[in-house]
Design a protein around this ligand. Sequence first.
Ligand code: HEC
Ligand code: HEC
Length: 260
Amino acid sequence: MMSAPWARALACAATAAAALFFVHGASAAPAARQTTTTTADQQLVAHGRELYLTGCSSCHGQDATGTVLAPTLVNVGAASASFFLTTGRMPAAQPLPYQPPRKEPAYDQADIDALVAYVATLGSGPPVPNVNVASADVPAGGVIYRANCAACHQAAGAGGALSYGQYAPNLHDSTAQQVVEAIRIGPGQMPVFSPAVISDQDANNLAAYVQYLRHPDNRGGLNLGGTGPVPEGLVALVVGLGGAIFVCVWIVGRRRHATD
Ligand code: HEC
Ligand code: HEC
């Protein structure tokens, strides 16, 4: 049996709902929701455009169609804006020709969302990808990495020099999201890898493999903070050889003691 307060509350809610339905008509609720999201989207884009005009238009132009200082942002897509802003590459410190380095993002996530929303209105282009590494196949990602990425970024993701003074950066700070954005947009000299070449699932596997490269399984004994073979070898030599000498001295000392 339903208790009296519950029954009263239910009856009251039902009356209120009926009254709303009566006042607004059957389609009122969905229509209202739609208007709210559109307004929120419009506000986000408007805020993004404001940020764009103050922080980006000096290089990319008032209408974002590009200038001699920076390329057009028409049809670069939300993925490009997200990649260049979350990796701190934009706003750049210098105009073209320039390879902006990765740095701390200049904007917080809310402002990045607004700028991304604004750039997305400038035409088509890849959307911000949905990346999910939870159930990714890391070894399968490794196969794709070695076939498509290692030539420029090196087997361990340390990066390397390219032609015309450009370089493939190291991937040790790249988030899974940024890895998939990078392959879909092909920043700078990097080629674009469309979903026809690397499927969305393979992109997840690849992103998981790049995360794995940050802390690969340590199969070589004691890890000295990944400082590399030369310092680690030096430590091994000093500690190992020093230890061996110490043991020899100790044995000889004991022998002397025994023969005394
Ligand atoms: C000092 C000039 C300068 C400023 C300011 C600047 N940019 Fe850029 N932007 C560049 C240059 C140069 C490139 C080309 C970089 C490259 O090729 O790697 C670029 C590239 C880009 C790209 C990639 C375009 C593509 O072809 O995929 C995006 C997106 C972008 N900028 C967004 C922005 C946004 C958003 C802002 C403002 C927050 C901004 N930029 C401010 C100079 C600038
Ligand atoms: C032809 C050389 C080349 C190949 C092949 C290549 N990249 Fe790149 N990659 C680059 C260059 C150059 C940049 C820097 C672009 C810029 O901002 O100017 C870059 C940037 C990146 C970044 C951004 C790094 C950061 O955090 O700053 C990621 C992630 C990345 N690449 C992943 C990949 C993956 C994954 C593959 C394989 C599917 C790949 N790249 C293949 C040249 C290459």
